[in-house]
Design a protein around this ligand. Structure first.
Ligand code: T4K
Length: 393
């Protein structure tokens, strides 16, 4: 047993504690702990500015925000979504009594494949819920064209997409303004965290107001309740932390970018290891570092997962199993594996490697070495073409 500290898939970024103390002092002095207090308002404004969007409603977490986003647009019936995501995406539909309809993903981005959407539309379809998986932007233009043609709403699960921009009309614009609503997560494991937290990006003040009512039990004033709302409010503690975290997030993302570059350089020529192509014209956030271990990777995906663990490296198989494999979904016709071959292959091959700002270069090198060691048999076979039947493995 080694005494080495485990390296997890991620480690939350935290500001120096002494920087947070004055914020806490203000909360202690004012005794305003929640219900749209001063930090909540300041954080909403600062986030809008930072992200380049007009209206944001803060939440306790992204899951409640997704549930509320669906409520706010009165989505019912069936919603087309992806099986290649964290289970909260589909759960938010089930909590609204909506039937998820899974469609396959694109092999390059692993985001919902727009070419699969139209065939899944029925008279019950009311919306599309894609995710910007690992922060890679969806084909938002193609999705919007389909939504417009069939009069469907689009709610993006943008839990991974904090700060992601793409080139539009000569400038870098937030990916979060596409569709009708986008939902961010500020969970501890995300690029930007408030311990727990989330937000809905809204297109206009009226929609934000409706969402603000919905996250506060439906209250409009002391005595008027206009909807069966929920309690989804972010507390002053989380909002104050978020305000402070914003000062550090650009540096954190830059450091993540350097780590991703290093992995790409070290793993470039390892047989059987594929990294996702970076989207052109995009400012990424480097939130995850997925690699796909193909059939020509000698050790296989699960072999590598376990070998890394033996070396105290806790890589994760996001997203395996597919959502459509979980018991509450697998009975759906759209969960049939035959209709989801690309998502299934990705779920079988993916491994998300550790990436976070304080990850040391020597650890990146060590992780890359372990991955390379798992490719050895394939390398040897590459120079031994005398045994072609083994190459087919
Ligand atoms: N939509 C999408 C596409 C999502 O990915 C998510 C969440 C959501 C919606 C819902 O967002 P929230 O409602 O959570 O805001 C984690 C997260 O819990 C989850 O938020 C995230 N996606 C998902 C992809 O990953 P687990 O079960 O892998 O978390 P856990 O606890 O195993 O954490 C992973 C590693 O991170 C740990 O091994 C160590 C490190 N860690 C974690 C926590 C919580 C820390 O160092 N400190 C911590 O406090 O789900």
């Amino acid at each position: 047993m080694s005494a080495r500290k485990p390296i997890y898939v991620t480690q939350p970024e935290l500001p120096p504690l002494e920087e947070f103390m004055p914020y806490l002092q203000k909360i202690w002095d004012s005794k305003v702990l929640t219900n749209a207090g001063p930090f909540h308002r300041m954080f909403e404004d600062a986030l809008c500015q930072h992200l380049g969007v007009k209206h944001i409603s803060l939440f306790t977490n992204a899951t409640i925000a997704l549930v509320t986003a669906l409520q706010s647009l009165r989505i019912t019936g069936e919603v087309i979504t992806t099986p290649y995501s964290f289970v909260a995406t589909a759960h938010s539909l089930m909590w609204n009594g909506i039937k998820p309809v899974f469609v396959d993903v694109d092999p390059v981005t692993l985001n919902m494949d727009p070419a699969r959407i139209e065939a899944a539309i029925t008279p019950q379809t009311t919306a599309i819920m894609p995710i910007h998986c690992y922060g890679t932007p969806c084909d938002v233009d193609a999705i919007q064209r389909i939504a417009d043609n069939y009069n469907l709403k689009v709610i993006y699960d943008a839990a991974h997409a904090f700060g992601v921009r793409r080139s539009e009309e000569g400038e870098m614009r937030s990916i979060l303004t596409h569709g009708d609503l986008s939902v961010l997560s500020f969970h501890a494991t995300k690029v930007f965290n408030t311990f727990e937290g989330g937000a809905i990006i809204c297109p206009d003040a009226k929609t934000k107001q409706r969402i603000d009512h919905l996250k506060n039990f439906g209250f409009v004033n002391e005595t008027t309740v206009v909807a069966t709302g929920i309690n989804g409010k972010m507390s002053e503690f989380n909002a104050a932390l978020g305000l402070l975290q914003l000062k550090h997030v650009d540096n954190a993302i830059a450091r993540r970018g350097a780590i991703e570059d290093r992995y790409r350089q070290l793993l470039r020529d390892v047989p059987g290891v594929r990294m996702l192509t970076r989207s052109a014209g995009t400012t990424p956030n480097h939130s995850y570092l997925p690699v796909l271990l193909g059939p020509d990777y000698a050790l296989g995906r699960d072999g590598l997962y376990h070998r890394l663990r033996e070396h105290d490296v806790m890589a994760r198989r996001y997203f395996h199993p597919l959502i459509s494999d979980f018991p509450m979904y697998r009975g759906l016709a759209s969960a049939d594996p035959a209709g989801l071959p690309v998502a299934r292959r990705a779920a079988d091959q993916v491994l998300c490697l550790p990436i976070y700002p304080s990850l040391e270069d020597e650890d990146v090198v060590r992780i890359a070495d372990i991955i390379r060691s798992g490719a050895v048999r394939a390398c040897e076979l590459d120079v031994e073409p005398a045994v072609p039947e083994l190459l087919a493995h």
